[in-house]
Design a protein around this ligand. Structure first.
Ligand SMILES: Cc1cc2nc3c(=O)[nH]c(=O)nc-3n(C[C@H](O)[C@H](O)[C@H](O)COP(=O)(O)OP(=O)(O)OC[C@H]3O[C@@H](n4cnc5c(N)ncnc54)[C@H](O)[C@@H]3O)c2cc1C
Length: 469
């Protein structure tokens, strides 16, 4: 075990444990909880991006539809209020993963993804949502020699699919953003934007409110039962009877227990710096404000905020026994120490900068790293989960598909095997924890060995089982 320099822990010692995006004076007041007996056309469980996009699109499709959203905590409490704010066109956790898993449908899926990203931008414009949307693209940097060729081939693959993308050698990438760790990069200039995720979620919620949605916070759903031709959705102090239900509960313990076989909640950790001074900004460059990530199995993602802080997250992906999702998992000094150390290795010129916020969130990893769908109660209930680490954009599409499913619409979307087929399930405990442990070890080893995948990873690749944040 490597000893961590105490300077790194001191750099976040005074940080707030509230996710930066939610720690704002303009956070809307909580909406009242559900009480008593009510009826609706559609009940949506979960006030994250999936649930909110489902509510807004349901009301845009059918004005006057009676839509109720039930959120157990606060709007954007889950991954939606904790993420990096990278909003990508990919519905498949990247083009490469999509090509491998859906080779005959990838063109169609990519087209859906680009239309989806355009529709998100159009919605922000239409409702005047103030969420710092920035069309910056994203730049993936090579910090190990073997990753330089990967950058070149990524450019070929992306441009073949119509993206604007370019290769940057060491000097070119350092002229963009200056880190001594960078050896090369590829910059995907289209198909990826940055956003303030909580403000986007609050804006979608306000737009849905405006069209008549009834959003209830502090309304944890405890059960859903069938009653004749309707479903009854229960909380501790209320219930709603509705023709259809959509679940957007992501990595949280699912009300539809079938989801559990396919989802592995993995904690991902984030540090946010204080705003950079003018001198600090000059020291790193970053004039084009691209979203950044490094090209490794255990990777970091990082970006600037609109007030010039740096959000720095990723690397560790921590799974807890039996799919546990609990606030206590959010405090993990070993991970924050490591993240702080890696931050200053990447930007030594920022020595002395402090972190104002640290937080963590659960990612709904599934074995194919991309959203899957399911239905219960004869099709009256639909769910979307498994976005893994790339759901900020894909959730709008996931919500769109759920609406198709509960409304029994046959569309181009519902024909896709991305919608019809489920990922391979993860095994039950104790095999689940053992498998995650072996995989994490093998991924770290591959990073140390010029990306060469050992026998365990090759076996997982062969059977189509994956683990990623
Ligand atoms: C640290 C981190 C960084 C990430 N970075 C990125 C990124 O940069 N780009 C990207 O594309 N993706 C990223 N992701 C993933 C992305 O945030 C998610 O895919 C997306 O937000 C999922 O939205 P959701 O609505 O499905 O789930 P969530 O936002 O988790 O919402 C689920 C909601 O359901 C509620 N809920 C659960 N159970 C119940 C119940 N029984 N009753 C009522 N309510 C319930 C929860 O309280 C929660 O609010 C990241 C995720 C994390 C955790």
């Amino acid at each position: 075990m490597v000893a961590i320099d105490p300077r790194f822990r001191r750099a976040y010692a005074d940080a707030s444990w509230t996710p930066f995006w939610l720690d704002r004076s303009d956070r809307p007041a909580a909406r009242p909880a559900l009480e008593g007996d009510q009826t609706a056309d559609l009940v949506i469980v979960g006030g994250g991006f999936t649930g909110l996009w489902a509510a807004l699109q349901a009301l845009e499709d059918t004005p006057g539809r009676d839509v109720v959203v039930l959120e157990g905590e606060r709007v954007a409490f889950g991954a939606t209020g904790r993420n990096g704010g990278f909003c990508d066109a990919s519905l498949t956790h990247g083009l490469e993963n999509g090509k491998q898993r859906f080779p005959t449908e990838i063109e169609r899926i990519e087209q859906e993804g680009h239309e989806n990203l355009e529709a998100i931008a159009a919605t922000i414009e239409r409702y005047g949502i103030d969420c710092s949307w920035e069309d910056t693209g994203s730049m993936i940097v090579a910090t190990a020699p073997h990753a330089i060729d990967w950058c070149r081939s990524a450019v070929e693959h992306l441009t073949a699919f119509g993206y604007e993308a370019s290769f940057l050698d060491r000097d070119e990438v350092r002229a963009e953003v200056d880190s001594p760790t960078y050896l090369a990069a590829f910059w995907k200039q289209t198909g990826s934007a940055l956003v303030d995720p909580a403000r986007l979620a609050w804006g979608i919620a306000a737009a849905a409110d405006g069209l008549g949605a009834r959003i209830h916070e502090h309304s944890q759903v405890t059960a859903i039962d069938e009653d004749d031709d309707a479903l009854v959705v229960r909380t501790a102090i209320g219930r709603v009877r509705a023709r259809s239900v959509i679940l957007g509960t992501n990595a949280f313990p699912p009300v539809a227990t079938a989801i559990r076989r396919y989802v592995l909640p993995v904690y991902d950790y984030v540090l946010m710096t204080e705003p950079l001074s003018i001198d600090q900004k000059v020291a790193i460059g970053w004039r084009h404000r691209q979203g950044l990530a490094d090209m490794a199995n255990q990777f970091h993602y990082y970006r600037l905020t609109d007030d010039d802080r740096i959000l720095w997250g990723g690397y560790d992906a921590i799974y807890h026994w039996n799919n546990s999702v609990e606030p206590r998992h959010e405090r993990r000094d070993a991970t924050y120490d490591l993240l702080a150390q890696q931050f200053f290795e990447t930007f030594p010129q920022l020595e002395g900068l402090r972190f104002s916020h640290t937080w963590a969130g659960a990612i709904d990893t599934c074995s194919r790293f991309s959203v899957f769908f399911g239905q219960e109660f004869g099709g009256k209930l639909a769910y979307a989960a498994g976005y893994t680490g790339l759901g900020v954009g894909a959730t709008r599409w996931g919500a769109r598909v759920c609406l198709d499913l509960v409304d029994d619409l046959q569309t181009g979307r519902t024909q896709l095997s991305l919608v019809r087929k489920k990922p391979l399930p993860f095994p039950p405990e104790p095999l689940r924890s053992t498998g995650v442990w072996l995989t994490r070890r093998a991924l770290a080893r591959a990073d140390r060995r010029q990306g060469r995948r050992g026998p365990w990873l090759r076996l997982l690749d062969a059977v189509g089982l994956g683990f990623d944040s």
